[in-house]
Design a protein. Structure first.
Length: 246
């Protein structure tokens, strides 16, 4: 489909086309389109911009990733299709391993996603051979590498709520990127980020560069953060935007 660049919904329509192509290639399950549409609706409510509470959470995420001893970036089909380049850039900037983990899991689809991330420049992608199982999950997202099982801090873009809960129960710092601030994932994660994926990744990468080596500021950023307060402030921002749009 040819979409003129001056179309007011150009970026949104291009992303939709990108995801549709990813479905045809087998990278994204068709139900992932529903998930994306639901998330995009929340982006409309935010004015398609990063709100101040989201920016704060992105800085906190950077601080936790720098403080971690065993960080990991976990990627599903939608995340890989939406912004593989920035996911790889983030994993390299931390640095942290990158692992594929999906709900609708088949060997063929896992290989497609891992090969796709490798084609986009990722030097090593974990997930081909599951070595452990996350306790408390009765579906294939429980399957993981020993690296994921042992990590202390994990970034999970577009995450399932039950797996986020399971990872928190394991004692991990869970950083989620879920544009819905009232989802189970956002309510459960240590650091829930409600923002569009690319905006969130670019901000986290920038904050990693700014905070690296500044242990005092990293401590301050982490200690001053409260996830419940942050989500409430975000909901107030959304309400204010909606009122101003009437």
């Amino acid at each position: 489909m040819s979409i003129p660049k001056d179309h007011p919904r150009y970026k949104s329509l291009m992303v939709r086309e990108q995801l549709a192509e990813a479905v045809e290639k087998g990278l994204v399950n068709p139900t992932g389109l529903i998930s994306h549409g639901r998330g995009e609706a929340f982006d409309y409510l935010m004015g398609e911009r990063t709100l101040p509470p989201s920016l704060e959470a992105e800085k906190v995420a950077a601080a936790y990733l720098l403080r971690a001893k065993r960080p990991l970036v976990c990627v599903n089909g939608n995340a890989a299709a939406l912004d593989a380049k920035n996911l790889i850039k983030l994993s390299e900037s931390i640095p942290a391993p990158l692992e594929i983990n999906i709900f609708h899991r088949t060997e063929e689809r896992m290989e497609l996603l891992i090969s796709y991330m490798e084609s986009q420049g990722c030097k090593e992608v974990l997930g081909r051979v599951p070595e452990e199982r996350i306790p408390g999950l009765n579906h294939d997202r429980a399957l993981c590498s020993k690296t994921l099982y042992d990590c202390d801090t994990i970034l999970v873009p577009i995450e399932d709520g039950d797996r986020a809960e399971a990872l928190v129960r394991m004692g991990k710092v869970v950083i989620s990127i879920d544009i819905n601030p009232i989802s189970r994932t956002s309510k459960t994660a240590t650091v829930p980020i409600s923002d569009e994926l690319t905006r969130a990744l670019e901000n986290i990468i920038r904050f990693i560069d700014e905070l690296r080596g500044d242990e005092k500021e990293i401590d301050r950023v982490i200690s001053s953060y409260d996830s419940d307060r942050n989500r409430k402030e975000l909901l107030k921002e959304i309400s204010s935007y909606l009122e101003s749009s009437c």
